[in-house]
Design a protein around this ligand. Structure first.
Ligand SMILES: NC(=O)C1=CN([C@@H]2O[C@H](COP(=O)(O)OP(=O)(O)OC[C@H]3O[C@@H](n4cnc5c(N)ncnc54)[C@H](OP(=O)(O)O)[C@@H]3O)[C@@H](O)[C@H]2O)[C@H](O)CC1
Ligand SMILES: [K+]
Length: 449
């Protein structure tokens, strides 16, 4: 955002004009959401406060009952000019009284440390039992989602200015934003992470057959139910032919699943028609699991590695994955990700992007804020997974969908899979069994026209 702002200024956009756009965008939303109620605008000393003064000025101009409370201290530049243009009463924050609608313009992306306890207390006093609209971010949040500070504000609605920042979509503070609206400031943004959108999925070609649709082989292990679930999901998500390979995999599941023994995994995976191999769901962590992983890594088909396989491969697996010739996809949850890539610094977006480069693999880093990063540098965030998805088996379903989408989805397969999975959960929810997700995949795909 800083780079985009600098580029905008260099191209001739004046800082006051940009701040006017920001404050006006906020004021419009405040007018809409306030529904005639009186408004208290909180203004900090930086540019977030500058936006707040612009917002207050427009609200006054539109006849809305608005008061401003500011932090003591010196203000300069555009923010000082906006404060002067307000030209009306300004209460000290400590003396302000709450109003039904509070606009939080204390700090945005310039926050550099946690709020002092006194200030956090004042903010809590003024925002308790009121409708809070945050300018850019609720104050006290690290915009880069690198860390989470005590005493940060919350909002019912957050108006992100120019672009979503990492904290809007990832990390624990994403839950403090309320409803996030994005205000376009009309400035050019650099290539950056994107949020997920509904994919377009074409029906199979007229002359499609089971192999052109994609042959997927799922390797079963110690807990064959998980592999069966993944295989069922793969069948439902569009694969043409799904083989469930494993010694005791032959119980239950749809009849369309083809069962094969796993006595010779290398020759099973040598089939040139393979669109994808999936290893990991319910694999277990014994010697047999290690041998299956070896066979899977050695095969020349695109490979999805999930669950136990990620944990078993651990840190040493990164290099092994990076040297594969065919594309590899990893679907770790947070714990599995840390086991393979360590739990280093930085937000989930940066850590996942880094890991994708290291492993030369596409990584679907699961959670309430799933981050998909590809080795070509593309990053997509799926910010609002349904929390009902947090049950055993839902990850197996995702891995199966991904394996099925690889043939027709190509580079988009991971984003398609995450979207379909999340949509199926909404259609199934609340409180579903992972198996039920599979029943809603058809409807989710139908929406992808
Ligand atoms: N750049 C532009 O023209 C536009 C920016 N927009 C808006 O501006 C903010 C970012 O503004 P910025 O001035 O960079 O930062 P903030 O207003 O968020 O805060 C900076 C001031 O706050 C002080 N600070 C930081 N942390 C704390 C803290 N914990 N307690 C008290 N004070 C704090 C900081 O002082 P330092 O001591 O750290 O130097 C600054 O004084 C962005 O979010 C947008 O809202 C517009 O969108 C467009 C124009
Ligand atoms: K704010």
């Amino acid at each position: 955002m800083r780079a985009a702002e600098d580029a905008a200024f260099a191209s001739g956009i004046a800082q006051d004009a940009l701040m006017d756009r920001a404050g006006l965008a906020v004021a419009r939303e405040v007018r809409r959401l306030a529904l005639g109620r009186s408004v208290l605008v909180l203004a900090g000393g930086g540019n977030n406060g500058g936006d707040a003064f612009v917002c207050a000025r427009y609200l006054r101009q539109w006849g809305i009952d608005v008061a401003v409370a500011a932090l003591p201290g010196h203000t300069e530049g555009a923010a000082a000019r906006m404060r002067a243009a307000w030209g009306d009463a300004i209460t000290d924050l400590t003396e302000a009284t709450p109003r039904p609608v509070v606009v939080d313009g204390l700090f945005g992306i310039g926050l550099s440390r946690p709020l002092a306890p006194d200030l956090a207390g004042q903010l809590a006093r003024l925002t308790r039992d009121t409708f809070v609209i945050a300018i850019d971010l609720p104050s006290g949040i690290d915009a880069d989602a690198g860390q989470s500070f005590d005493g940060a504000a919350h909002a019912d609605c957050t108006i992100a200015l120019g672009a979503l920042k990492p904290a809007h979509v990832t990390g624990p503070d994403a839950a403090r934003m309320g409803h996030v609206l994005l205000a376009d400031l009309g400035i050019t943004l650099p290539d950056a992470a994107r949020t997920i959108a509904r994919p377009v999925i074409a029906p199979p070609a007229r002359d499609a057959h089971k192999y052109s649709r994609g042959l997927v082989t799922v390797l079963a292990g110690a807990m064959p139910g998980a592999a069966r679930l993944a295989a069922h999901a793969a069948l439902t998500a569009g694969a043409g032919y799904v083989i469930l390979a494993g010694d005791d995999a032959g119980i239950g599941g749809p009849d369309a699943l083809v069962r094969r023994p796993l006595d010779d995994p290398h020759s099973l995976l040598a089939d040139e028609r393979l669109a994808a191999v999936l290893v990991g769901p319910g694999l277990g962590r014994g010697d047999a699991a290690g041998r299956l992983i070896d066979a899977a890594l050695a095969c020349v088909a695109p490979l999805v590695i999930d669950g136990d396989a990620i944990s078993l491969l651990g840190e040493a697996g990164v290099e092994r994955i990076a040297t594969r010739s065919a594309p590899t996809f990893l679907t770790p949850h947070g714990g599995e990700f840390d086991r393979m890539f360590g739990n280093g610094n930085g937000n989930k977006i940066d850590r996942t992007a880094q890991a994708a480069l290291q492993a030369r693999a596409t990584i679907v880093h699961k959670g309430p804020d799933t981050v998909i990063a590809s080795p070509d540098g593309t990053v997509t965030v799926s910010p609002h997974a349904l929390s009902w998805l947090s049950t055993a088996g839902t990850g197996d379903v995702l891995a199966g969908i991904l394996a099925a989408r690889l043939r027709s989805g190509g580079d988009r397969a991971a984003a398609e899979a995450v979207w379909l999975h999340s949509r199926a959960a909404r259609l199934a929810g609340p409180a579903f069994v992972a198996d039920t997700l599979v029943d809603h995949l058809g409807q989710a795909i139908a929406e992808c026209r």
